[in-house]
Design a protein around this ligand. Structure first.
Ligand SMILES: NC(=O)c1ccc[n+]([C@@H]2O[C@H](COP(=O)([O-])OP(=O)(O)OC[C@H]3O[C@@H](n4cnc5c(N)ncnc54)[C@H](OP(=O)(O)O)[C@@H]3O)[C@@H](O)[C@H]2O)c1
Length: 298
């Protein structure tokens, strides 16, 4: 069994750590405040943006060797400085540390974002599509991906869409409260992934690496069906048994990370599925239905 470090062991990272633990691996969960990580995950307290703190904390971990690193840390704020600090500087520090681990440096997986794609015309996007981000978030992610480019087969990027799941149900609550609205016009495509599938995809990629398979350098991590935002809102209203969102012209309020209004592209996860990953929640319907079930029971 392998020894795996999850750096930035938060919402997705912890779900991934739990899945890797269930596979029998030894898992280290690194974050600044690791108190409260699930039983079995070895807590490592360190600041990814502080190389000294990182080196000290990882000295013990590296003693027994590390086979794979999942870098799933997220920025503290939605500003360029915070993004740069955690995605470019933090990832750079971990990448340097990994490279220094002797003859067989651990494979590094990085949770990037579909924000690296600037397409807003509803077109299909896959791993070979142009990445020309116009906003700082996508630009920082792309710069971070670039740090791994020279690791030749020893690093993998998973570009995640909007993550939803337990505790991240803002869209459901917006519809339930009657605060959602639909803009008239052509479909506006959104791309999501349930937390457990984001974690599951990471686990799948780690397992393939450990089995000796060669991974592609980049995978898109979204579910099987890009969804028209209006369709999602109507489906949620119907499933929740509340009034359908009204159609209003003009700028609409944001509806949460998983359905950003500025986005309009159809991301394909074909490559991830072709690599053998089977989605637990193939579309928003299965994912949101499971969450609505839970909120009804509680
Ligand atoms: N949320 C989305 O819709 C979305 C979409 C696309 C891509 N992604 C990417 O997916 C990944 C996982 O997202 P998530 O929602 O699971 O993230 P999250 O839970 O918000 O954050 C992950 C963890 O990073 C840790 N962290 C932040 N700064 C750190 C630092 N300086 N040193 C050590 N640990 C630090 C935090 O723990 P402490 O505070 O204890 O340090 C936190 O638990 C991220 O890379 C994110 O950018 C997310």
């Amino acid at each position: 069994m392998a020894r795996i470090l999850v750096a930035g062991c938060g919402y997705v990272g912890t779900a991934c750590a739990v899945q890797l633990l269930a596979d029998g691996h030894t898992v280290f969960g690194l974050r600044r405040h690791p108190e409260g990580l699930p039983d079995g995950v070895h807590p490592v307290a360190a600041d990814l943006c502080n190389p000294e703190s990182l080196r000290t904390a990882l000295a013990e971990v590296e003693h027994g060797g590390i086979d794979a690193v999942v870098y799933a840390a997220a920025a503290d704020g939605r500003d360029e400085e915070s993004y740069r600090r955690i995605y470019v500087d933090g990832l750079g520090h971990v990448s340097e540390w990994a490279q220094a681990q002797g003859m067989r440096p651990p494979h590094l997986l990085f949770t990037s974002s579909t924000a690296v794609y600037a397409q807003t015309d509803g077109s299909w996007v896959d791993e070979s599509s142009p990445t020309e981000p116009t906003q700082f978030n996508g630009a920082c992610m792309l710069e971070a991906e670039g740090l791994l480019a020279d690791r030749r087969g020893n690093a993998t990027v998973l570009r995640l869409g909007g993550i939803y799941g337990p505790g991240r149900t803002r869209l459901i609550e917006t519809v339930r409260a009657g605060r959602a609205s639909i803009q008239p016009g052509p479909p506006r495509w959104t791309n999501r992934i349930h937390r457990d599938d984001a974690a599951g995809a990471l686990r799948h990629l780690v397992s393939r690496v450990l089995a000796g398979s060669t991974l592609d350098p980049v995978y898109i991590g979204v579910d099987e069906e890009p969804a028209d935002e209006a369709e999602v809102l109507r489906w949620l209203a119907g499933t929740l048994g509340v009034d359908r969102p009204s159609v209003v012209s003009g700028p609409a309020p944001p509806t949460g990370r998983e359905g950003r209004r500025s986005s309009n592209k159809r991301c394909s996860s074909r490559r991830l599925r072709a690599s053998g990953y089977a989605f637990r929640y193939p579309t928003y319907r299965e994912g949101y239905a499971a969450l609505i079930d839970v909120t009804r029971k509680s």
